[in-house]
Design a protein around this ligand. Structure first.
Ligand code: HEM
Length: 418
């Protein structure tokens, strides 16, 4: 058993620049020499091998989400009076699924799952596809464009459809989704608290929509598969209808978790295909590869780089002892380039056999609830692009987002050749 931890090379996981300055040799070293690298400032093991993440994530009995899933939660715990700093984002009494442990976690998943089923996706398909086609037609007219606005608009439209909000409110939803990104950012405690203040208006807005939906239903409207309707129909704690603070929390979570991540995946499409025109040609010839191409894009981008777990009792995983009170940081980004699973891992290959083993959606009981929707958006957008454009080029190098968790871009200047 290996019980010593290697910390002889500095890996500054709290520094966003680390992720932008070619972290790959460091991750390869960690996978080889220090798979349970101890980041001493936060007493946190950084996990980079695919097989270790796959061993940790199913063990929700030992690796808890209740202390939060962002590094900020450790950093600001004292200032937040021993609470999760993200707690203030949600309404009083709201339970956040990402911070829940079993058995409550399964109950929260059970009541919300109906909004993410195949029939629920079918129900939002037509409007979402129409939005994608229309927006891409407009973009195609212009040729040299910033793909960013398009990539940002699709998941916001999807979130409105999913939650049951009017599409005409897209701009407002976009604003709140940007504010919610501060949740995991490397900003000061004071800045975080200022961001929290923005959410009263979002909570009110969701409450208005819940009231509207209730009124429509009492006037005879059908049930609906949108998240608000699903939660109003569900049973929790022996009562019909999930309570308002939880409905608000679920809706906020869907906005927070789905918008920036999906945007990053969509931005990854022109980014990787422009650099790999042979792969674009391959897809134009064989559309059966589209689904796998989305998996490969998710693997390469990994929109949410890493999440945290708290060790709730002493445990040994793949020979490494971890003590109660320590943390593990699941570096999905590194695992997605683990050569033990992905041969020649930095190559973008739409025919890669193992592409779907990526961990961009996490793994285990907290596996992304919105993955079906995100994949659906990816496939629709990629097919619509293949229908329209013979070639995609980058006109300048895009600007990366500077953030510890978000792997994305501030812009994506492209030439769309028809
Ligand atoms: C490409 C797009 C997306 C990516 C890369 C992504 C990534 C992730 C990851 C890595 C997790 C696991 C977090 C952990 O390990 O603690 C997660 C959880 C989650 N995601 Fe996503 N996500 C995406 C889209 C969405 C969408 C569209 C929604 C909903 C509208 C969504 C809702 C959620 C929720 C509710 C959870 C928490 C699940 C739980 O704790 O049981 N995500 N996502």
């Amino acid at each position: 058993m290996v019980d010593d931890t290697v910390a002889n090379r500095e890996v500054p996981i709290e520094d966003p620049q680390f992720y932008l300055n070619d972290p790959w040799p460091t991750f390869a070293w960690m996978q080889r020499e220090a798979p349970f690298y101890l980041y001493e400032p936060l007493d946190t093991f950084v996990i980079t091998r695919h097989r270790d993440i796959m061993a940790i994530t199913p063990r929700a009995d030992v690796f808890s989400n209740a202390h939060g899933i962002f590094l900020n939660e450790i950093k600001y715990r004292e200032q937040a009076g021993g609470e999760n700093v993200s707690e203030g984002f949600w309404p009083e009494g709201g339970e956040q699924i990402g911070n829940a442990d079993p058995p409550r976690h399964q109950e929260l998943r059970r009541v919300s799952q109906g909004a993410f089923t195949i029939p629920a996706m079918e129900a939002l398909k037509d409007k979402l596809t129409a939005h994608i086609d229309h927006a891409l037609d407009e973009l195609g007219e212009r040729g040299d464009v910033d793909f960013w606005d398009f990539a940002a608009g699709v998941p916001v439209e999807a979130a409105c459809q999913l939650i049951g909000l009017p599409s005409t409110d897209r701009k407002r939803v976009q604003f709140w989704s940007d504010e919610l990104e501060k949740l995991g950012a490397d900003i000061s405690f004071e800045e975080l608290q200022a961001a929290v203040a923005e959410f009263d208006s979002l909570k009110e807005y969701i409450t208005e929509n819940v009231d509207r939906r209730k009124a429509e239903r009492s006037a005879g409207a059908s049930g609906g598969l949108d998240l608000i309707s699903v939660l109003l129909d569900a049973e929790l704690d022996g009562q019909k209808g999930v309570k308002l603070p939880n409905v608000i929390t679920f809706a906020m979570t869907a906005i927070a978790a789905g918008a920036d991540t999906t945007r990053a995946m969509l931005l990854g499409l022109p980014y990787y295909f422009a650099q790999n025109p042979d792969q674009w040609r391959k897809l134009r010839e064989d559309r059966s590869l589209v689904k796998n191409a989305i998996e490969e894009t998710l693997r390469m981008v990994t929109p949410a780089r890493a999440f945290l777990r708290h060790v709730s009792q002493d445990v040994e995983i793949n020979g490494q002892l971890m003590k109660e009170g320590q943390y593990v940081y699941l570096m999905y980004m590194a695992a997605n380039r683990d050569p033990a699973v992905f041969e020649d891992p930095h190559r973008f290959d739409v025919t890669r056999k193992t592409a779907s083993r990526h961990l961009a959606f996490g793994a285990g009981p907290h596996l992304c609830l919105g993955q079906r929707l995100a994949r659906y958006e990816g496939v629709q957008v990629l097919n619509a692009m293949l229908d329209r454009f013979e070639k995609i080029e980058l006109t300048t190098e895009p600007t990366p987002v500077v953030h510890i968790i978000r792997n994305s871009w501030e812009n994506m200047p492209v030439r769309l050749v028809r």
